[in-house]
Design a protein around this ligand. Structure first.
Ligand SMILES: Cc1cc2nc3c(=O)[nH]c(=O)nc-3n(C[C@H](O)[C@H](O)[C@H](O)COP(=O)(O)OP(=O)(O)OC[C@H]3O[C@@H](n4cnc5c(N)ncnc54)[C@H](O)[C@@H]3O)c2cc1C
Length: 277
């Protein structure tokens, strides 16, 4: 049961959604956009949020479609993780989505909710930040398109009331060699102890992490070390661990020492896999 009273609005357009948000906000109703609703409902049940209204964006066609246009995959923010993995269009993103929660839950969880929510892992951001993807956002001045890397820094930095409409990814990335590894504490379906997504473009490896720090990230220094030719894998691995060690999580999923151990093995396997292609 949800122990708070809140109003529910369903809108058909981005304009209606943004207008509803501003009106409800000015009435002090602390509105929230509602996509799959899983995080909102879970947090409301636990008394961790107190919204006075939700605005359901699943009636907005653009948020719910996934299609190829001008050599780019357009994914609406309300597209579910199961739709993404089952489409098999972008293997790295599909594999990432398929390892978040179980299949039943994936049919509800949306990519927008994964990127905009408060759960720290945001694993779908990893392929997106590796692939120079862009985000379409709707706000005060209408629609804008920005490079995800410009607005995703630990989290998606939207302005108040802005809606993530969708993501665009160039199809050239779909056929690149990639690695996706998700390590969990015990069960296959769990929050990540460490998730690594990596791909090789123009002979250079790009790599992004979730579960290691309290936010997902890509790190230039780490990528420079990885791509430094005259250094052994062993040496690279120990230097990367040194670079990343100060913020490594130490929580119920695993101690920071255990995470370092998992990171070491995962990095060595990732180098092997990507250097062999
Ligand atoms: C059982 C379970 C296991 C999970 N395991 C993992 C995991 O292993 N790894 C991982 O990364 N995540 C995990 N998650 C987190 C999950 O991926 C996100 O919570 C989820 O995707 C939320 O999607 P939703 O559509 O239900 O979001 P909602 O509950 O609808 O929204 C979540 C938040 O995002 C905001 N929001 C949603 N869409 C938009 C939009 N288009 N524009 C602006 N704001 C928006 C909402 O206002 C709200 O604040 C798990 C969640 C559950 C329930």
């Amino acid at each position: 049961m949800i122990p708070i009273k809140f109003e529910y609005y369903k809108v058909d357009t981005l304009e209606e959604a943004f207008q509803a948000f501003n009106e409800l906000n000015s009435q002090g109703k602390n509105p929230m956009y509602y996509s799959g609703g899983t995080e909102i409902i879970t947090m409301a049940r636990a008394n961790n949020i107190n919204m006075g209204a939700v605005i359901d964006i699943k009636g907005i066609t653009e948020c719910c479609t996934m299609e190829m246009r001008d050599n780019k995959l357009n994914i609406g923010s309300a597209v579910t993780l199961s739709q993404i993995s089952e489409s098999k269009i972008f293997p790295l993103l599909g594999q990432t989505a398929a390892r978040i929660a179980d299949h039943t839950v994936q049919c509800k969880l949306t990519i927008g909710g994964n990127l905009c929510g408060t759960i720290i892992y945001k694993e779908t951001s990893l392929p997106l930040i590796l692939c120079d993807s862009s985000a379409v956002i709707f706000g005060k001045n209408g629609r804008r398109e920005v490079q995800l890397n410009q607005i995703f820094d630990k989290k998606l930095n939207l302005l108040p009331g802005e809606i993530l409409v969708g993501l665009k990814i160039d199809e050239r990335y779909f056929s690149l060699p990639y690695v996706h590894v998700k390590k969990t504490k015990s069960d296959k379906i769990a929050y990540p102890l460490l998730t690594v997504a990596a791909l090789k473009k123009d002979d250079k490896i790009r790599i992004a992490f979730s579960g290691l720090h309290p936010y997902p990230f890509r790190n230039k220094e780490v990528e420079n070390l990885i791509n430094y030719e005259s250094m052994s894998h062993k040496n690279k691995t120990s230097q990367i661990i040194e670079v990343l060690s100060s913020s490594i999580l130490n929580d119920t999923e695993g101690s920071s020492e255990y995470r370092k151990f998992v990171l070491k093995n995962t990095l060595e396997n990732t180098f092997k896999m990507l250097n062999e292609v």
